[in-house]
Ligand binder design. Structure first.
Ligand code: DC
Length: 227
């Protein structure tokens, strides 16, 4: 029998601090990290570069099945697609918008399923996404679902982008976030929702350190380390 590799899933909409919490937790535990949203972003960049349209589902799946993707060690680090550095493109708001559209294609989600599961290697995995606890790792040891009000999430994203020197308008950002939430939550396949056994944490009025503290308490209570 193969040895149990522990998995912690961190799901929720964007701007809830998921990425940061996932990174801090993976570092703290010394575990692997899966940023599943980055895979959908990579597909969005890849189809754009290859002039594949959003309704050309077979071509999208063929591309995603064959693409070679490598992530740097840091969450904010490099992303290469078929040998080309695309991290800047992958993090653009336009890419997030397109990623949300490709993510609604059930056939594509099926193509990416095993690729995501392959990230589960000893000593453990912290997986960040929308359907980590519901579909990709349904028997995860601990499932966290982070929420926050749309206004707070737009504010956070606004500050992030301004700090990066990207000019944005807060109202447009709020509208984009609300429409992506709507699409992610209402799609037919793997909609954004907490797993029945997820621990839901509202981060609206919490700092990252406060969220991490709450998550670590749950980790100590529930996760069996790989020995
Ligand atoms: O987390 P992110 O913003 O990088 O995700 C980009 C898009 O991909 C987002 O609109 C939702 C989608 N996504 C998804 O459908 N399932 C995942 N596991 C991760 C992301």
């Amino acid at each position: 029998m193969s040895k149990h590799v522990p998995v912690i899933t961190i799901d929720g909409p964007s701007g809830t601090g998921k990425g940061t919490i996932t990174q801090l937790l993976a570092q703290h535990l010394g575990w692997h990290l899966l940023d599943s949203g980055a895979l959908y972003r990579v597909v969005a960049v890849g189809i754009e570069k290859n002039n594949i349209l959003i309704n050309e589902i077979n071509k999208i799946c063929e591309f995603a099945g064959a693409m070679e993707v490598a992530f740097g060690t840091e969450f904010e680090g490099s992303i290469t697609l078929n040998g080309n550095e695309i991290s800047h493109l992958a993090r653009l708001e336009e890419t997030a918008e397109k990623a949300s559209k490709v993510a609604a294609i059930g056939e594509l989600r099926a193509v990416l399923l095993q690729r995501q599961r392959d990230f589960c290697r000893p000593p453990g995995l912290v997986a960040d996404g929308r359907d980590m606890g519901t579909v990709v790792f349904p028997s995860a040891d601990l499932k966290i679902y982070l929420t926050a009000s749309a206004e707070e999430r737009a504010q956070r994203r606004y500050k992030q982008l301004i700090n990066k020197g990207v000019g944005v308008n807060l109202r447009d950002l709020l509208q984009d976030i609300a429409s992506r939430d709507e699409r992610d939550a209402n799609r037919q396949v793997s909609p954004l929702r907490p797993a029945d056994d997820a621990v839901v944490i509202d981060t609206t009025s919490l700092t990252i350190d406060q969220v991490l503290e709450k998550v670590l308490i749950k980790v100590e209570d529930t996760v069996t380390p790989d020995q």
